[in-house]
Write a protein that binds this ligand. Sequence first.
Ligand code: HEM
Length: 288
Amino acid sequence: MTAFQPAIFDRNSRQHLFLEFIRRPGTTDEAARQALATVVGADSGIVKTVFACGPALCQQFGMPVSFTDFSLDGVVPATQADLFVWLQADHRSHLFDLAMSFRQHLDPVFTLQLEQDGFVYHDMRDLTGFVDGIGNPEGEAALRAALLPEGQAGAGGSFVFAQLWRHDLASFNQLSVAEQENVFGRTKVDAVEFDDERMPQDAHVGRTDTDHDGVPQKIWRRSVPWGASSQHGLYFLAFSCEVERFDYLLRRMYGIAEDGVRDQLTHYSAPQTGSYWYAPTQEMLASL
Ligand code: HEM
């Protein structure tokens, strides 16, 4: 297997920083390539990094995948940009230092569109108090869900979906715990998934634990909470071997898939951004 970027699967860091950049008009492909190669090479080792490119940059760099900008028929915000950088560490100081150094190299070619920090809340809970990520596939199944398979163009790389969600916790917290559990389809304290009989059709897990044309729509999720007491939410981040899986899952969440059922979660949280990326293999990054 070609070497994927290992930080995709490394869940040990509690502090996160997400950067989304747009390429400045008039800059050359060569300047963009050099800027990215410099930051890839400047990785300090203390901070774990993941780099990914939007559809346009993939094409400009000759990466062996082709996909279109994120869009969900105008149902949610679409904010496709060109370059995605994800930094993970145990201390914010390290994220700050590396981000400042990356910006020096990237700013002549890329404009920053979004900078968002995030953190691991308690035992990997979303700010609603529900454990997030526990239903992820494990081991080999995680690799199969996240990475393009051997023999396919772009093998070992991964399609990425990033979407900043803002929660309305004031409303969510008015629900009883039983009602909150019905929103997700898992128990709150110990995160036990409801069985089929108990699972509401419009629960989040009921919408997202699904097959499409007989294929389980498994993805590898690495979302983390963001914010403080005034504004807060989840930076949703997921990896998949097929970009279409994200689209299908979101259609099921927004009631625009076959059965027209809408995910209850979308009444308490709303996406502010949305973009697709391709995270190339280490070899592809090294050969920039
Ligand atoms: C505010 C945004 C979101 C929150 C707070 C959230 C939270 C959660 C929680 C608490 C679970 C159950 C625990 C777990 O399985 O890890 C879960 C499961 C899941 N979510 Fe989300 N999620 C959000 C958005 C999304 C989006 C946008 C997608 C897909 C595009 C998605 C896909 C999934 C999937 C695939 C599962 C696992 C289902 C299974 O059990 O197989 N989620 N999410």
